[in-house]
Design a protein around this ligand. Structure first.
Ligand SMILES: [Zn+2]
Length: 84
C-alpha cells in the first residue's frame, strides 16, 4: 500500500492536502478481513475497526480520523492500482 498526499479542498473551499491510500484490490480485501482502519490524518493502520467506522481515535497521532476500509473507499480515499 502506498500513501500519497493529494491536493483537496475543505468544505469552505480552502485548499488542503488529503491522504490517499493506493493499493491492489486484494490488499483491500485483506484489510477488510483483518478489520483494519486507516487514519486519514497520519496514514496509520489501526485494527479492530468495523468497515463502516468513522471518527475512531488513532493510536499513532491521537486524531479522531480513523475510518474503516469500506468507509475510506466510499470517501474516495482508496484508489486501486492496476496489476503490473
Ligand atoms: Zn493517525
Amino acid at each position: 500500500m502506498e500513501k500519497v498526499w493529494v491536493d483537496a479542498k475543505k468544505n469552505n473551499g480552502e485548499p488542503t492536502k488529503a491522504l490517499l491510500f493506493v493499493m491492489h484490490e486484494d490488499e483491500y480485501q485483506d484489510l477488510g478481513a483483518d478489520q483494519a482502519g486507516l487514519c486519514l490524518a497520519c496514514g496509520a493502520e489501526v485494527y479492530y475497526v468495523e468497515p463502516d467506522a468513522v471518527g475512531y481515535r488513532c493510536e499513532e497521532c491521537d486524531a479522531r480520523r480513523v475510518v474503516g476500509v469500506e468507509q475510506a473507499l466510499l470517501m474516495g480515499r482508496i484508489r486501486f492500482k492496476e496489476d503490473a
